[in-house]
Design a protein around this ligand. Structure first.
Ligand code: NAD
Length: 277
């Protein structure tokens, strides 16, 4: 009988309630891992039609359970360091260990649809205006984008590290972006946060390598999710002539979360169909 690659392992996926994070959770569950999801809104998939239509159960946790895995979901804002530590302690308590952490929670300069109730009609892509320029970026934008991308990632890594160190094993996957590699475009606060994640990943890999913990980043390009909508018009600018899919990214996460990447650490894998030159 073929044993599943990740049977007996526990994988944490932050921002796993929709989009790419949901894809990573389901992919790792199919490989046999038990799944912990932390998200600021565990029903975040309801917000965008693209994701709502794909759901096969009310929540991603129930989708993973249907695959035969133990799961836990915690609704936590990962910009709160203490709450992050508490959530990860709860996960380790319930599932016994933490082998894999995919630090996927994050987002761009456009507020999430489920944040918009307070200001109806705000920002259907229009808040690019508030992004400003690198020499003149509004404080609110800076705080938001650095917090939801960089701080959430660092707090998650810092909270899982003690468990992985004790286990003397672990796989941490951080999530950057092509925007963190390339400085073109109007997303400079986002690019700055995602570039910092690449640096942090390398620094953390140096520290945790002696504990047999691998730390690597992925940098997706144009990937179709509900939040970003249809950007197939960009296909002509991409050598592989198509937008990326959630599964394209999940397969790279599989590589970084399994023994296939045992001698890879501190690196960033760009998943962009060759878009960056
Ligand atoms: N979609 C793309 O093309 C693309 C490209 C490059 C990088 N990325 C990165 O991939 C990740 C996922 O992107 P997506 O398109 O699936 O976005 P998404 O908005 O669909 O998913 C992000 C999830 O993170 C959660 N989240 C956000 N802030 C949080 C916080 N403070 N605490 C807890 N949970 C929080 C959201 O609720 C949501 O469920 C992000 O880090 C994003 O920057 C995406």
């Amino acid at each position: 009988m073929n044993q599943l690659k990740l049977e007996g392992k526990v994988a944490l996926v932050t921002g796993g309630a929709r989009g790419l994070g949901r894809g990573y959770a389901l992919h790792l569950a199919k490989l046999g891992a038990d799944i912990a999801i932390i998200d600021r809104n565990l029903k975040a998939a309801e917000v965008y039609e693209f994701e709502r239509n794909q759901m096969t159960a009310p929540t991603v946790m129930e989708e993973c359970e249907a695959l035969g895995r133990r799961t836990i979901g915690l609704e936590v804002d990962l910009t709160d360091r203490n709450a992050t530590e508490t959530a990860i302690a709860q996960i380790a308590g319930k599932l016994g260990r933490i082998d894999i952490a995919v630090c996927n929670a994050g987002g761009g300069t456009v507020t999430f649809a489920d944040e918009r109730e307070a200001e109806p009609g705000a920002n259907d892509q229009t808040d690019l205006v508030t992004t400003g320029t690198p020499s003149d970026c509004a404080e609110e934008m800076l705080t938001r984008v650095l917090d939801i991308n960089l701080r959430t990632c660092m707090y998650t890594c810092m909270a899982v590290a003690p468990y992985m160190k004790r286990q003397r094993s672990g796989k941490i996957v951080t999530v950057s972006s092509t925007a963190g590699v390339d400085a073109r475009g109007r997303y400079h606060p986002y690019g700055t946060a995602k570039a910092a994640i690449i640096h942090y990943t390398r620094a953390l890999a140096q520290e945790l390598g002696p504990y047999n913990i691998n730390v690597n980043a992925i940098a997706p390009g144009v990937i179709r999710t509900g939040r970003l909508g249809d950007r197939s018009h960009l296909a002509e600018t991409i050598p592989l002539r198509r937008e990326g899919t959630i599964e394209d990214c999940a397969k790279v996460v599989e590589f970084l979360a399994t023994d296939m990447s045992d001698y890879v650490t501190g690196r960033t894998i760009i998943i962009d169909g060759g878009m960056l030159r």
